[in-house]
Design a binder for this molecule. Structure first.
Ligand code: ADP
Ligand code: MG
Length: 395
């Protein structure tokens, strides 16, 4: 169900409709976009992300018995419910697989010093498309974790919240994601990007002008061999680091790469050039934003895409066509594939001249060549994961 926004009152009513009483707490965690820094995370480099003004709400109340009752209406407004005995950490499958995200969070809470509630009613509501590269998985993890923790009156700092979400996804759901998704959802701030130093897991805010918009054009395409392709890129980057004699590619310079490139297979040189280029572009984007030079930042986004296209070779005809169409439109500062690539979505950074009419025209143009229109979303930067509302009788 994709409404523009849910009010806490609407969430409270939905919860009461499902469970027959009011929630004790309502939390929200946003989705995120990868703004710049492609495949830099596992190479020890920096990445820039932005929390967005869409995400997942969790409404929650403890129960006296030892049942965990979880419901979500994330699929076309149909309510999916899962009811398990407390502490039964059995991985769910099929229609119930979504519950692995809150279950995963519960399974890792004790390792971070937080208690697990004995029994509860839980409702997740979302205005974030799932599987569209906007990290709905991190959003449900963080909104769940905050509800489980804050209902007991305890505080959770954003870096720990991000780690809890990532552990749930890595260790329980078994998706080997980096810290980008959860880190940005936890640290998000309106009119800011989140800069992550992936080697040290350090987070900083980078101010964004208030008059820019993000547009996502989701192709809903995915290379059939995407998992193998990611693994291949990982190992090429590792190979490059080994040949350069550094622990991670982020430790190398263009000069060092030049000196040994004749000893390296050509694809390995190209992957390393891309990663070093992305690291340089992230740094340049931060410096440009400090000067308010948004057009320069847009050019860096487009340069990132061209590097993906030619060096990392993780673009696709669909993504290239969207970028080519977008970058010639006045009001578009720049555009690039966002996320892992080999399909997925394009991000455009725009000013106020670029509006729904222009976006739609790009979609129609795309459909003439590829048959279907992309999903188009206009997004703005938003605040990170937070408690929205807590019943007053609680501490
Ligand atoms: P992405 O994180 O890019 O959206 P993922 O495949 O990593 O894609 O995560 C999507 C999965 O997360 C969904 O299939 C579902 O299992 C779970 N999920 C996301 N949002 C919700 C929600 N509001 N309610 C229940 N499950 C959700
Ligand atoms: Mg995800």
């Amino acid at each position: 169900m994709l409404l523009d926004n849910w009010t806490t009152e609407q969430i409270r009513r939905k919860f009461a409709d499902v469970f027959g009483h009011a929630p004790e707490i309502i939390t929200f965690a946003p989705g995120r976009i990868e703004f710049l820094g492609n495949h830099t995370d596992y190479n020890g480099g920096p990445v820039l992300g932005a929390a967005i003004n869409r995400g997942v709400w969790v409404a929650f109340a403890r129960r006296a018995d030892s049942r965990w009752r979880m419901a979500s209406d994330y699929r076309q407004g149909v309510l999916h419910t899962v009811d398990v005995a407390a502490y039964e950490f059995v991985k769910q499958c099929g229609e119930a697989a979504w519950a692995n995200y809150p279950l995963g969070v519960l399974s890792v809470l004790p390792a971070y010093g937080y208690s697990v509630p004995d029994g509860f009613n839980f409702l997740a509501t979302s205005n974030l498309p799932v599987g569209s590269g906007l990290s709905s998985s991190a959003a449900i993890e963080l909104a769940s974790a905050l509800a489980f923790i804050a209902v007991t009156g305890r505080h959770c700092p954003p870096d720990i919240l991000a780690q809890i979400g990532r552990s749930a996804e890595n260790d329980f759901v078994k998706v080997p994601c980096g810290i980008l998704d959860q880190g940005v959802s936890a640290f998000g701030r309106s009119n800011h990007l989140v800069h992550i130093d992936c080697r040290h897991n350090q987070f900083e805010h980078v101010r964004l002008p208030t008059d820019v918009n993000f547009w996502i054009f989701n192709t809903h395409t995915k290379h059939a061999l995407v998992d193998g392709l990611y693994a291949g890129r990982h190992s090429e980057c590792r190979q490059a680091a080994t040949l350069l004699g550094v622990a991670t590619l982020a430790d190398a310079t263009f000069g060092q790469l030049e000196a040994v490139r004749s000893l390296m297979p050509e694809p390995v040189v190209k992957r390393a050039l891309h990663v070093l280029g992305e690291i340089a572009r992230v740094r340049e984007a931060i410096a440009s934003l400090a000067e308010g030079a948004v057009p320069r930042v847009g050019k860096l986004l487009t340069a990132s895409h061209r590097s993906s296209q030619k060096l990392f070779e993780n673009s696709s005809p669909e993504l290239n066509m969207l970028v080519d169409s977008l970058v010639v439109i006045p009001g578009v500062y720049g555009a690039r594939l966002t996320g892992g690539g080999f399909g997925g979505a394009v991000l455009a950074l725009t000013g106020q001249d670029f509006q729904a009419v222009e976006a739609r025209a790009v979609g129609v143009h795309y459909s003439h060549r590829f048959g279907a229109e992309p999903q188009i979303l206009q997004l703005r930067s938003g605040e990170g994961a937070r408690v929205l509302n807590k019943a007053t009788h609680l501490r």
